[in-house]
Design a protein around this ligand. Structure first.
Ligand code: UDP
Ligand code: MG
Length: 324
């Protein structure tokens, strides 16, 4: 028995409809590839048949390891949980469970990894998704690219092959509001993007409703940018300058011409508008404060209630590219 070279890492939340096809595809790759491949499947608190199917699989086939979270923690934390159980493989291929990311790309990704890339991430060349969703993704990535203090590749998601040492670094990062694709960029080393065509979801519904998507987008923005705070500060300065100029102008008119301004409507408008601006500013600062609030609690990021792993884990081999 030897340690695997590659681990697939797949988060699953109510994916009973796609489960069989997913396992078929993964098994085919495991059998046809010259690499030794295993898989870690994380059940993110599913309420359908996924946990049962996963249990049967992990008990039947030792190449599949099952991890059960105590409730639904969300995609990013399910991935983080899985990453913490990658114990011996050289590299990990992170994919979605709905087969939107073709696992067969492993071969191409692995070639790049062998050339010395610690992160090989997939770039979505085309998306088979609704017009609105595509437009929203595009706008978000363009915005993030402008404001983030590190370069987060446009149109790349979590679908990637990451080396053992990148997994170790990710596991060492204790941040609570996780935006893995940003954390992955932050780590550095040699990273390369490969284009692919994102498929339609194989079956079932998206498990990312708008609320969860917005939360993820906010994590990208507020964890990787100081821009919102700077905007608020600059707006404050601008308003101060405008008010001083306006005050000077009014004083001049009063002293020279003896006229006092009427402008009740303008006054009302200004008060209401700046009331709104101040609330937005508070909200923006609040986003950072909230992140501090959740972080200082120091709670574990997720709770694993059960794990099915038939394999005896051998002590990890030294990393393929030892750090330093
Ligand atoms: N997922 C998860 N927990 C969640 C939501 C989603 O583990 O709370 C998994 C889901 O089962 C899938 C992957 O994350 O394997 C991506 O989700 P989905 O395909 O629904 O997102 P979309 O592609 O629609 O953005
Ligand atoms: Mg999907």
């Amino acid at each position: 028995m030897s340690n695997p070279q590659i681990n697939f890492l797949v988060p699953l939340y109510n994916e009973e409809e796609v489960f069989a096809s997913l396992i078929d595809r993964l098994t085919q790759i495991m059998e046809s590839s010259p690499l030794t491949i295993e898989a870690i499947l994380v059940d993110d608190g599913s309420r359908d048949a996924t946990p049962r199917l996963l249990r049967e699989l992990a008990l039947r086939d030792a190449r599949f390891q099952a991890i059960y979270l105590s409730r639904n923690f969300g995609h990013q934390l399910a991935l983080s949980a899985g990453l913490s159980y990658v114990n011996a493989s050289e590299a990990v291929l992170i994919i979605d469970g709905d087969l939107q990311d073709p696992p067969e790309l492993l071969t191409e990704f692995y070639e790049q990894y062998k050339l010395g890339y610690d992160v090989v991430y997939a770039v979505r060349k085309k998306r088979k998704e609704s017009f609105l969703k595509k437009a929203a993704y595009k706008a978000f990535y363009a915005f993030l690219d402008k404001i983030a203090y590190i370069k987060i590749p446009i149109d790349s998601g979590d679908f990637s092959l990451v080396s053992r040492r990148v997994v170790d670094h990710l596991n060492q990062m204790p941040e609570e509001s996780r935006f893995l694709r940003g954390m992955r960029s932050w780590i550095g080393y040699n990273q390369i993007g490969l284009e692919y065509e994102r498929q339609e979801r194989h079956s079932g519904q998206s498990k990312y409703p708008l609320g969860k998507l917005i939360k993820l987008a906010f994590n990208g923005i507020f964890n990787f940018s100081e821009y919102p705070i700077k905007v608020v500060f600059n707006l404050g300065i601008l308003v101060l300058i405008v008010s001083i100029v306006y005050f000077g102008h009014t004083l001049f008119k009063k002293l020279v011409f003896g006229t006092t301004p009427e402008g009740f409507t303008a006054l009302l408008f200004t008060i209401i508008m700046f009331g709104g601006v101040q609330l937005i500013a508070l909200g923006l600062i609040g986003e950072y404060v909230l992140r501090i609030f959740f972080q200082v609690k120091g709670r574990p990021l997720f709770i694993v209630k059960e794990r099915i792993c038939q394999k005896v884990v051998l002590p990890p081999k030294p990393a393929a590219n030892p750090p330093g």
